[in-house]
Design a protein around this ligand. Structure first.
Ligand code: ZN
Length: 325
């Protein structure tokens, strides 16, 4: 059953089977005019069923309902076209709306293969990784038409007035929603409570870590007493959580800088030597998708160190090798 978080605001927690994230939060804001659903879920039957039941329990009329999607990952966007009706608006960010308009599955897979090789992923693991990738397995069947929102745009739903805040880092165009009167923040995957948002260099050479840290600073001084994230429970102390996340990435940066000092490495080799909070005895035994996200995070750190002038890169047989400067 949906959890009543605030007046006219509910949380539906829908399961993500076989995924370490375990579940996704969809939030429903009810009003006499139009309702708003913040994030949907992965295109998996178990997830869809719970969301359907939750919306039915709240008597949500989907023809009077709009959707706000924090970012393009499959666990947030995957079911949007299944729930949106002809009269629903789907609010989304500009860079990722552009990305979905150009999206072709075959190009996406080819691009990911190329990028994974760049990161030093061994070929024999790659095919397996792509088969398991949630973006490929459980992504949307089709992308809806998006209504683009930008920094500062306001969405009014009943008594709530939500302001969009662009927070790139976890994804290129991630958006949060801030309600100043209620001191409420929908943080998507920008800030999560007991798990660390994945910052990845798997897309391209953009310094996502620098963007992410700047986006954490951007929301640090907001007057917020309740942060509603994309996964797990509400966060009571946003500033403290931001400090923890920044400290985590600074520690990681030092760890990666230390690995670099021992000799030239690819992102894959770096990830294999970093410490991870994953229940496996060795790097070889990591589930393949965990390896994928770990390599993405290692790559993000290597790109960041290179941008700071602490590493340089050369390409060896298609893989990018980083060396300490
Ligand atoms: Zn997510």
């Amino acid at each position: 059953m949906p959890e009543n978080v605030l007046p006219n605001l509910f949380r539906i927690e829908a399961p993500l089977p076989n995924n370490p994230l375990r579940a996704i939060n969809a939030y429903v804001v009810l009003s006499d005019e139009r309702n708003l659903v913040v994030d949907t879920g992965m295109n998996q039957p178990e997830c869809r069923e719970v969301l359907e039941k939750g919306l039915a329990a709240l008597a949500v009329d989907r023809t009077r309902t709009d959707f706000f999607i924090t970012h393009f990952h499959a666990d947030h966007l995957g079911l949007t076209s299944a729930f949106a009706t002809d009269t629903s608006r789907v609010y989304f960010n500009e860079p990722e709306a552009r990305w979905t308009r150009r999206f072709k599955a075959a190009d996406f897979i080819a691009g990911m293969l190329r990028r994974a090789r760049t990161c030093g992923f061994p070929d024999d693991r790659l095919a397996h990784a792509l088969q398991s990738h949630p973006g490929i397995k459980y992504g949307p069947l089709q992308y809806p038409e998006f209504t683009v929102l930008r920094d500062g745009d306001v969405l009014t739903v009943g008594d709530y007035r939500f302001r969009c805040i662009e927070t790139p880092g976890h994804s290129p165009g991630h958006l949060c929603l801030y309600e100043p009167d209620q001191r409420l923040l929908f943080s998507g995957d920008h800030v999560l409570g007991d798990i660390t948002p994945n910052i990845s260099g798997m897309l391209d050479d953009t310094d996502m870590l620098a963007l992410y840290m700047a986006s954490l600073d951007k929301i640090y001084d907001l007057d917020v007493t309740m942060t509603l994230p994309g996964h797990r429970r509400a966060i009571r102390d946003l500033q403290r959580r931001i400090r923890e996340l920044k400290a985590h990435h600074r520690e990681r940066e030092q760890e990666v800088a230390g690995i670099l000092k021992t000799g030239p490495v690819t992102a894959y080799e770096t990830a294999a030597r970093m410490t991870w909070d994953i229940a496996a005895d060795s790097w070889e035994q990591f589930p393949i998708m965990q390896q994928w996200f770990a390599v993405g995070e290692a790559m993000a750190h290597l790109i960041h160190l290179q941008q700071k002038g602490e590493a340089q890169k050369t390409t060896v047989e298609g893989a990018v090798v980083y060396t300490a400067v």
